[in-house]
Ligand binder design. Sequence first.
Ligand code: AP5
Length: 222
Amino acid sequence: MRVVLLGPPGAGKGTQAQRVADALSVSRVSSGDLFREHRERGTELGRLVGTYMDRGALVPDEVTIDMVMDWIDDPDRRRGFVLDGFPRTLAQAKALDGRLGRQEPIDTVLYMDVSVEELTRRLTGRLLCRECQTPYHESFSPPSREGECDHCGGDLYRRTDDMPEAVGRRIEVYKDQTEPLVAYYRARGNLVEIDGQGSMEQVADALIHALRQGGAAPTRQS
Ligand code: AP5
């Protein structure tokens, strides 16, 4: 099964992606995590994307598409996958459709909707593990030990793009460039809207329930 998690910054895509992938027994990837790994390793790509990420802008399509397509091309992904944060523009969505072709289209797009006030609360309190990228929140899901990841013991840090100014910019960019994908996938018949406003457990249950119900009927490209 091939699933896309779609939603604004802070909707909970990263929090839910592993649960959804585990439920489907497939791999998952976050384009944001891949970029952050490049930045941590100090690669040329990491230096390039840093200038966009820190100011809350999108990384250019050609760079992003190449990186995610490389991930999708791994033979392990033939069983399916969960994409978190990709596609994020119409050009990316069309490139993905083109690569998957008619035989293996995206089955379900899970669209997580959350109010701007709640997004801001979530992002400005977020902490992230430097090693395994697990997200925490200082109030809603604090780690057992301050500053330390429950899963791997890695250091927790705040993303530079979670500062209030960058958060506002990211939400604007989302509305301008990513929200049109809701209509794009709705027209294809494979969009399922989930209320992302509830607790993490409620949202997880709603996502898994939607997938068990078959999500939406897969739309084969004609
Ligand atoms: P990326 O890392 O993808 O950031 P994002 O889409 O802005 O999403 P976030 O990671 O901020 O939010 P999320 O929905 O995953 O929420 P989370 O689960 O962490 O991208 C970063 C940057 O990389 C972009 O700005 C861009 O520059 C670049 N980029 C990435 N992909 C790109 C692409 N395809 N094209 C171009 N550029 C790209 O949750 C947030 C917080 O809320 C956490 O603290 C969590 O604990 C808490 N929380 C989650 N769910 C709940 C809940 N139900 N109740 C209470 N708290 C909750």
